[in-house]
Design a protein around this ligand. Structure first.
Ligand code: CAA
Length: 383
């Protein structure tokens, strides 16, 4: 019956959301994308525009004051922002990453307080898992939390923390029992203003230059015991469950970057004339565009399928989240490299947006778990 085929078509609400986010992104975010990259500054214009339109953390459920967007709607928001500015797309993406541990495992009090504050635009949320010596091996972390009466005292260093310094709230993973490895890790909410929290110098990166990446230092940070997210020893499982959902948002970011590059290249080959005709009339160029569009569409379909699993908390989510992130990021890298190629020398200059898109695409193969780690995750969770 016809109803079965609706699975492969977005709902009218999702299509309308895409149009609304696309016009907002083109009007309020795209004009600053090159400048944000060039100056390596935070895209405050994007944050303001997204907050004014309740698009900064769409995943927060309505009961906590959020827009209550489903996983697919969240993907569409991130995709459309990334299409014009990858750095800005980290606002909704990392707000989800940072706050999802609270949403999945936190007490009602924590959810009301912190998801509410996030939804109201009182502060963004970052996610502190990685450390200088614990990247792919996340469970090898050294940051320690020690109980002291009604408080926990945190000490340690987190590295590669997206939006560090601009976020108010931080989900922090720390060792509460060093004997138990993954079962001895717990999750906490730490606020930027908590005494003993400080930040390192911004990393000097290849891309996503508008999104600050800094170390976060915890020096005897004393927080109330009720800031623990879920039960003691469940932090690692919460961190991994979170990544199952949010790897889908990185896939969305990759799809958006690739769409931006393809759209630009498509326009360019119609205008650019060599040998007396538009270069888009040459079959060599047409074949490149066909391959780019094919890879992009495959990446998008896998990403949307993963979003559907994320929404239903399907048993195959772990595989699909990893597969979507891995496939879409590899596709985005190939597509943006080819888009630069189609513009020739112009593509290699900062007068055109494609070299930025190519640099921004690279991180999607690395963060939220390298694509080599995704293959480990996939092979352990084959559908
Ligand atoms: N869901 C629920 N629980 C899970 C889980 C999942 N998907 N995966 C693991 N767990 C829990 C389980 O309880 C498991 O215990 P059992 O075996 O008893 O079930 C426990 O965690 C330990 O799991 P593993 O034995 O698989 O642990 P491991 O040490 O072998 O690590 C790993 C597995 C997949 C390699 C993991 O370390 C990993 O994902 N590494 C990559 C880290 C990563 O993605 N970092 C990204 C940082 S965030 C970032 O990049 C943000 C940004 O800036 C945008």
């Amino acid at each position: 019956s016809g109803a079965d085929f609706d699975l492969f078509r977005l709902s009218e609400e999702h299509e309308m959301l895409r149009e609304a986010v696309r016009s907002l992104a083109e009007a309020k975010i795209a004009p600053f994308a090159a400048e944000v990259d060039e100056q390596g500054r935070f895209p405050q214009e994007a944050l303001d525009a997204l907050q004014a339109n309740e698009l900064h953390a769409v995943h927060v459920p309505e009961e906590y004051g959020g827009a209550g967007a489903d996983a697919l709607a969240t993907v569409i928001v991130i995709e459309e922002i990334a299409r014009v500015c990858a750095s800005s797309s980290l606002i909704p993406a990392v707000n989800k990453l940072g706050s999802l541990p609270v949403q999945l495992s936190g007490s009602e009090e924590l959810k009301a307080k912190y998801l509410g504050a996030l939804a109201r635009g009182e502060g963004m949320f970052s996610y502190c898992l990685s450390e200088p010596d614990a990247g792919s091996d996340a469970a090898g972390m050294k940051t320690r939390a020690v109980r002291d009466g009604d408080f926990w005292v945190l000490n340690g260093v987190k590295r590669w923390i997206t939006n560090a310094g601009v976020s108010e709230f931080y989900t922090v993973l720390a060792v509460t029992d060093p004997e138990l490895r993954t079962k001895g890790i717990s999750a906490f909410v730490v606020e930027k203003g908590d005494a003993g929290v400080s930040f390192g110098a911004p990393e000097k990166k290849l891309g996503i230059k508008g999104s600050p990446t800094r170390e976060v230092y915890f020096d005897n940070v004393r927080i109330p015991a009720d800031r623990m997210i879920g039960a003691e020893g469940t932090g690692f499982a919460t961190a991994m469950k979170t990544l199952d959902h949010t790897r889908v948002t990185i896939a969305a970011q990759a799809v958006g970057i690739a769409q931006g590059a393809l759209d630009y290249a498509k326009g360019y080959v119609r205008e650019r004339k060599q040998f007396g005709k538009p270069i888009g009339d040459f079959q060599g160029v047409q074949f490149m565009l066909a391959d780019m569009a094919m890879k992009l569409e495959a990446a998008r379909q896998l990403t949307y399928a993963a979003a559907a699993k994320s929404q239903r908390v399907d048993a195959d989510l772990t595989f699909f989240g990893a597969a979507a992130k891995c496939f879409a990021s590899d596709a985005a890298m190939e597509i943006t490299v080819d888009a630069v190629q189609l513009l020739g020398g112009y593509g290699y200059t900062r007068d055109y947006p494609l070299e930025r898109m190519m640099r921004d695409a690279k991180i999607t193969q690395i963060y939220e778990g390298t694509n080599q780690i995704q293959r480990i995750v996939m092979s352990r969770n084959l559908p």
